[in-house]
Design a protein around this ligand. Sequence first.
Ligand code: ARG
Length: 579
Amino acid sequence: MLSLEKQLNLKIKKIFQSFDFDEKFAFTKPSDRPDLSDFQCNGALALAKQIKQNPRDIGQKIADKLALDPDIEFVSVDGPGFINIKLKNTFIAQNMDDISNDEHLGISKVDKPKTIVMDFGGPNVAKALHVGHLRSAVIGESIRRTLSFAGHNVISDVHFGDWGTPMGMILAQIILEDGDLSKVKTYDIDAISAFYKRANILCKEDEEAAQRARLITAELQNGNTEYYNAWQHLRAVSVAAVKENYDELEAHFDLWLGESDAHQMCGQIVKLADEKGISEVDDGATIIRLEQTNKPMPPVILVKSDGGFGYQLTDIATIKMRVDDLKAEEIIYVVDKRQSLHFEQVFKVAEMLEIAPFVQFKHVGFGTVNGKDGKPFKTRDGGVMNLKDLIEMSKEKVRSSMPKPGEVEGYGNAEIEQLVSQVAMAAIKFQDLKNTASSGYIFDLDDFAKFEGKTGPYIQYAIARINSILRKAEQNNDTPSTVLIEDNDERVLALKLASFENVITRAANDKEPSIIADYAYNLAQIFSSFYNTCPIMGASSDALKASRLRLAKLTRDTLEQALYLLGIDAPEKMLKSNN
Ligand code: ARG
């Protein structure tokens, strides 16, 4: 089925064809002035330039023909030649019926699905996930769900940071403290993280220790079996720990590959760069110099002077693997925007090496999560905030506004805890996703979990309210049926529902979940005004009641889908404590 917007575009296109006008100008968009019109077409202006005629005259020609269409309420030509269009209520109502009968909410899938590899998460061995990892997981997962919903074939890869200098630092620290690596297999994630912390401090103040760590890293990468066996344990323990975190965040990864998996390919890339004559040896390191643009473009270090492979090389090699093995047509990286130079360099070298000639690259760079002081969010004692602790803090906050287990029938400890978790995650994720990804935001522990305002729980609440209306209707044997649009609030709600496809398309094209977050919030608000002026169970006729029930159900389904795309669950019922 076609969305309202697409049906209208088709009508306009036919009119353009009938006049032999260039079709590329034949499209409309939702009106900037919803008080005046539903859609507008600005094509007459551009067309007038092309064929050197008066834009208002052309606009009028198109408008006169469009006005004859039985689905159109009125058309006017305004200003220099804007065509303003208002649709007939019956046309909108028919679309609502069509959408309710469609299991994909009337949203068509892309014509040409692509294989898209998404690189997000980016955890590191021996480091607990911290607040900085939150955004990559939350934004990445939302984009992953949105692109899949739009019809693409998406493959997500966590791209574990498991092959850099920190590996040598941990191994060196264990050797320093234990004498050898014999006890490695007994260490859990906390012990390993603690070794890493001590190694970090030591290597900062002691150049010799740092040098030892670099050497061990290079030997590990070159196949030293003792180091390799110990490293395998470090990696396995770390993967298990972060899997728990990502499960709680409901971030899904198809692949659990890491930098280490690109090792073989790294060697081949170094060879390829040499064959192509684009690399050179500089001070013992193998580097590629990049063309200078208007901002400084430092050279890419493929192999460091100690023989270790650099971070950029692993990303370049991983591109080749994603193209060769996964047939990637697009690769999206959801990584802190402070790494944007890194990605520009990596994409540039991929181009120079011609390893991914038809692949589109995109770095979705996000800003930092800040505290009230505007600086990166820290614990009270100034340390980095662990993701686990942040989630626990949020749950604590939500728990305090919930009834105690046993206070509400059917809600024991397990049910309350599940609800607490769903609401806390909604609060955390929505607070993140309502901001454009590239800007940072202040983590607000006071307001983020409120049921009013632009929050995740507000939308969960709106859904639960509609669920309760639908339950009542069902008990009454009232069923949703044919939509009738009479009241203006019904019209506004229906048009908003009809625009969901446009929202999905924009969010997918721009890789911008905040477009969906905005939409969900506005839709919930619009439903609430509709509900105030248009009683459902108390509607003046059965036909009107059935129509409003259908609109309510469609709103619920659309809100649920929007939340799903943001990675947020919608509980059937919500609870609030009375005090
Ligand atoms: N592990 C890296 C870090 O913590 C992030 C990895 C991002 N992804 C990538 N393909 N480079 O900084």
